[in-house]
Design a protein around this ligand. Structure first.
Ligand SMILES: [Zn+2]
Length: 89
């Protein structure tokens, strides 16, 4: 993963790639006020990125519930359950 860096975004250049980057960055560190604003605005206007955020949250919730999760692999039935949930949304 590339270094977590503070971008200076221009609102008219901010796209889905930036939104997914900031969504991921938010999981590991905090976002600046301008990053939060740009991400929030993008999510208001982009259903694809809203879906991405929803899927990331779902995966996190499922991984927290998995007592045997060791950070490396999931059992096939767990992967199938995640796939089923993701395809429903
Ligand atoms: Zn987007």
């Amino acid at each position: 993963m590339e270094d977590i860096k503070a971008y200076t975004y221009k609102w008219y250049e901010f796209g889905c790639k930036d939104a997914t980057y900031l969504t991921t960055k938010e999981k590991y560190t905090h976002l600046s006020i301008s990053e939060k604003g740009l991400l929030k605005f993008h999510l208001l206007t982009c259903s694809g990125c809203r879906k991405f955020v929803k899927q990331i949250k779902l995966i996190e919730e499922l991984l927290k519930k998995e007592p045997d999760f060791k950070g490396l692999t999931l059992a096939k039935e767990k992967k199938d359950a995640i796939n089923q949930l993701l395809t429903k949304n």
